[in-house]
Design a protein around this ligand. Structure first.
Ligand code: SF4
Length: 408
């Protein structure tokens, strides 16, 4: 593991030429227009424009599209190697979807069964919700600093990006922005995603305080509802733990997250290990501080969750009070966009500001107009949550495939 060289993935989703019927369904769901081919002809993906979200894959009625990055056997090999500590970072949308792969009703919450299955397979657990709480603190603090500077006219303590602030935890959205509208990148929160924070935490705090192992002898597996997370983990900038340890005199280089399994991949891994999810002993992992989290971390997987969690923090820090219930209003003509306004009274000066926030999901139909408003300097919002997938991560490209198609 010490010879690690980051290689950014360039191809994750592929259309099988022998199975494609040219029905155009994939085109209808692709958020970036990355699919080529006339109706009736074999389709192909323009990898230069693909953001790896897998929406085409989960919506292809013929099962002609697949995720080509399959590390299930690699993870099994690591689990069998008793010199390696294998840590699973579980995202919130996995626990409500994995049961479907084992015959449970879609949406069944299986947190303790999931922990039990991971434990039986030999994983240590780091719940991504724990890291989501950290993301909220980072993203919320960044928003507070911008509110204080731009709206309450206080001097800035350090360099700040402009308002509105966009969330940055969806790798499909981040790549979309990089490829299609790089001028808005300064608006994205500088906080990395919960899963990437979790990887860095596992190989620093977790390695030293919880599992007492050398970080180079750890293998961090992100378990996510998302095919784009495979790309995110391969980005060369995500090596914070190795950077930290180099400052302590270590020489090894490794990624924060070694590999990503989607919900479907995890189901295959458990089946290969003959672990019957329905018979697994539930496990709470109550003694592991990295499996503890607040309600804010839990709502991350739903559209609106990141926004609400960060806003709660910002509201509390500025006003000293809890955020009242947010009343979202759908924006007419753009049903993937909801907005809300909240008055915040600065406990220090007594000044009141009106913060306008928006939640948008589904890049294909709803994100572009919101981005165009920001580029044109006409955005009415101060904080905007973006999730690429329609409905958010619950409907991510790595989730179980619903034979009836998506209802979004
Ligand atoms: Fe991945 Fe969620 Fe973004 Fe979809 S919305 S690309 S599942 S992070």
């Amino acid at each position: 593991m010490s010879g690690f060289q980051a290689t950014e993935l360039t191809n994750i989703i592929e259309i099988d030429r022998n199975k494609c019927k040219g029905c155009d369904s994939c085109k209808a769901f692709c958020p970036t227009g990355a699919i080529n081919g006339k109706y009736g002809a074999i389709h192909s993906i323009d990898q230069e424009h693909c953001i790896f979200c897998g929406q085409c894959l989960i919506n292809c009625p013929f099962g002609s599209i697949s995720d080509t990055v399959d590390t299930v056997d690699v993870v099994i090999e690591k689990l069998r190697n008793k010199t390696i500590t294998v840590v699973a970072v579980t995202a919130p949308s996995v626990r409500v979807a994995i049961g479907e792969e084992f015959g449970l009703e879609p949406g069944t919450l299986t947190t303790e069964k999931l922990y039990g299955a991971l434990k039986q397979a030999g994983f240590k657990v780091l719940d991504a919700n724990f890291a989501a709480d950290h993301t909220i603190l980072e993203e919320g603090s960044e928003l507070v600093a911008k509110i204080r500077h731009y709206l309450l006219q206080e001097p800035a303590q350090h360099q700040l990006g402009p308002l509105p602030q966009f969330t940055s935890c969806c790798p499909g959205w981040v790549l979309f922005a990089e490829l299609n509208c790089p001028q808005i990148l300064p608006h994205l929160s500088s906080a990395k995603s919960p899963i990437q924070m979790a990887g860095a935490l596992a190989k620093t705090y977790g390695a030293r305080q919880i599992w007492q192992v050398q970080p180079e002898m750890m293998y961090v597996v992100s378990i996510a509802p998302c095919t784009a997370k495979k790309f995110e983990a391969s980005r060369p900038e995500f090596v914070s733990a190795a950077r930290y340890w180099r400052q302590q005199g270590h020489s090894a280089v490794y990624p924060d997250v070694d590999t990503v399994l989607t919900t479907r991949d995890l189901a295959r891994l458990l089946k290969k290990l003959n672990i019957d999810f329905n018979r697994v002993e539930p496990f709470a992992d109550a003694d592991n501080p990295l499996a503890q989290y607040s309600g804010a971390g839990t709502i991350f997987g739903n559209t609106g969750g990141v926004m609400e969690a960060a806003l709660r923090t910002a509201y509390y820090v500025i006003s000293g009070e809890e955020l009242p219930v947010l009343e979202y209003t759908p924006v007419r003509g753009l049903e993937g966009l909801k907005e809300a306004a909240v008055a915040i009274r600065d406990a220090g000066t007594g000044q009141t500001i009106r913060l306008k926030v928006a939640v948008v999901h589904g890049t294909k139909d709803h994100v572009r107009p919101v981005v165009e408003q920001v580029i044109a300097g006409r955005s009415p919002y101060h904080f905007i949550e973006v999730m690429n997938c329609p409905g958010g991560c619950i409907n991510g490209g790595g989730q179980p495939i619903n034979p009836m198609g998506t209802s979004w």
